[in-house]
Design a binder for this molecule. Sequence first.
Ligand code: ADP
Ligand code: PEP
Length: 730
Amino acid sequence: MKAKTHFFKNLDLTSILVPEDGATFTGTKVVCTVGPSCQDVDIMCDMLNAGVVGCRVDLTWGPLDFHRKSLHNLQLAMRKSRRLCCTMVDTLGRELMIRRQVKIGEDGWPIHEESFTVSAGQQVIITTRTDVDASGSVLPITYSKFTEMAVKGDTVYIGRYLVCGADSASLYLEVVDVQDDDVVCVAKNDAVLDGLLTVFHAERSSEGLSNVQNDLPLLSDYDKECLHILAQDFEIDFLSLSYTRSADDVREARRFLDSIGMSNTKILAKLESRQSLLNFQGILNEADGIIISRGNLGLDCVPEKMALVQKTLVQACNLVGKPVLMTRVVDTMINTPRPTRAEATDVANAVLDGVDGILLGAETLRGRYPCETVTTICSISRAAEKVFDHHYHYEHLMEVAFDVGQIGGDHQGVPAESDEDGAITPSAALAQSEANGNGPNSPSRGPSFRGSGIRGHGHGLRRDDSWNSVTSAGAHHQLPSLGVAAKAMARFSQVASTGSLAGLAYGRQDMTGAAYHRSPYISKLESIASSAVRAADRVGASLIVVYTHTGKTAQLVAKYRPNMPILTLVVPHLVSDQLKWKLEGRSSARQCLISRSLLPVLAAPSPSGDQLLHEAVVMASRVGLVKPHDHVVCVQRIHDDFCVKIISVDELGAGIKRDDAVMSHSVFGINPNHGVTGPHGVHGPGYDSPRVHNNPIGNKFGHMPVPLPVQPPTFTGSMGGVLTPTGLNL
Ligand SMILES: Nc1ncnc2c1ncn2[C@@H]1O[C@H](COP(=O)(O)OP(=O)(O)O)[C@@H](O)[C@H]1O
Ligand SMILES: C=C(OP(=O)(O)O)C(=O)O
């Protein structure tokens, strides 16, 4: 298979040395974690303007009142900045922590006054006793069964932000003995332990999963209580599900959210341990998106395979069109205004790998440069997006064409095996091919892969077999994305052709098996989505406009990673939360924000598609996404028919070119205070001129169009407001 090349066409060293001009849209999304560094409304506004599209509150890291204030401030900041932002709550879950004295500071954030200095070679005891205070030599742990988990030779990490390299505050410990309530360790490095301390118990086996896992619940009582309380006052768009181990975990979280009226909240499964990799396919099938929690994952995997783990996970998410976020990109920006070269390269590589977005943690939570961090990520991402190999990405997806609709969103677990036309779907084909022991695909057409290849060595093996059962005949029935991921791994030649995610985690390859069957079919929707991207590419369009209720169509378009922004018009629709019916659109719009290149705007339902489209073009022109004569590709469902159309921006950038427009309705005028205004009622972010009332008789063609005021030549992040057939209401 052809490798992704990321063509560096027309890039010479002179242009490479020039800083990124910021004159284009940033497709890669930035989600930040809110803490004392950025809770202030004005700082939040700056961050939204810099490109943040999502704010996460982390139940592990702060008290409920602080998070309530953060979410409240975010609402104020959204109103003030006129930017849309999604909300995310991160669970405490199965986190192990050190018990310490804590006070709550004036800003509502916990303060740990003491820090502990530990020297390499010294003894450190992790104890389950509850009657001791923490010190540099004795660290009481919150989990009462820790002594049952640890054995001599194990590695344990303790720190505030584990192994980030910026704090020198992570302690590496080797277990030398377990006595009653104490796990006796020896320190492997010097460290100063400060702040809230988490504990990570690394997998001891280099061949399989042999650690006993802690038996803490997926959602602690604290998580449940906080979610319940927060959901009463705030709309929570995403749950960031810590320590997801299996598809069952995702189902359990789904059931809980549904039970407290949070059916609209999507679940992003956090992969932070080797176990989550072993069960990745099931998790991917069940979750709405993935967070690659590289800090913890990096401690549980061999370093030499981390890059492959990252690339494989990203590729698998891309292939099924589910958003994937990545943590830990610019740790040093906690303390410095500039990333290291390695970090800058890391961000660019993540973008080239195909991530949807970056999830910032300590950088924005307690870092000194939260806004600079966001700006830096956006500039690096923009530069990388320019050389992203869109064509290769598209062709690769077409090769493994796959209907995301069959696996996403319905929380049923097992997708349909055939579609409405009765065509064979990948899952059916795969099962059949495997039942036959081979298939028309044959190893020469695709990689070898057997998902069930993990052999359970030792005790404590936790393996989610829900996605992959071995029948008595020995055939492996796999969900489609397993096959897709197998295909994805073909990218990594040696490892991938004989390995699996498990192989990557172990650092050895012990997999052989059935070959992936090339899909003979994609759904109508996916076909339309991919055609729109191809058309946009072929005509050199500067924008794709997608109408969507749920975000599904837009996500499918985003999956094909077009080279231009996707203005996503979210048309509200009726939903029931089992208690009442309501018009829903806002959360779908916010949830679109984390998918690469989606620029969602809430749209008012309108009887005529072209009025709204016209206003979409006007708005895009105002914020600098299109210019006169540019082409725009539009994807729309009209009743049961899907359509892709290509329109052009008029010569003034003030709407759809008349020849193309089925109807052009805008009313233009001159505002005496502010000079020229655009079509009445059209306001983009930062556009403060007073509103002019619409012409009551709907003057369609009677006024001379005038150019729109020129906007700053950059557009990063999101837009607020509701797009109506007469403009954007902020
Ligand atoms: N101009 C328009 N104004 C309002 N609604 C529109 C317009 N054009 C299309 N729509 C509607 O938008 C909706 C998009 O939803 P749908 O196709 O179900 O997307 P998804 O599956 O992504 O949620 C369709 O019902 C379509 O009829
Ligand atoms: C746990 C997280 O990330 P990491 O493992 O990368 O520190 C997080 O950001 O929630």
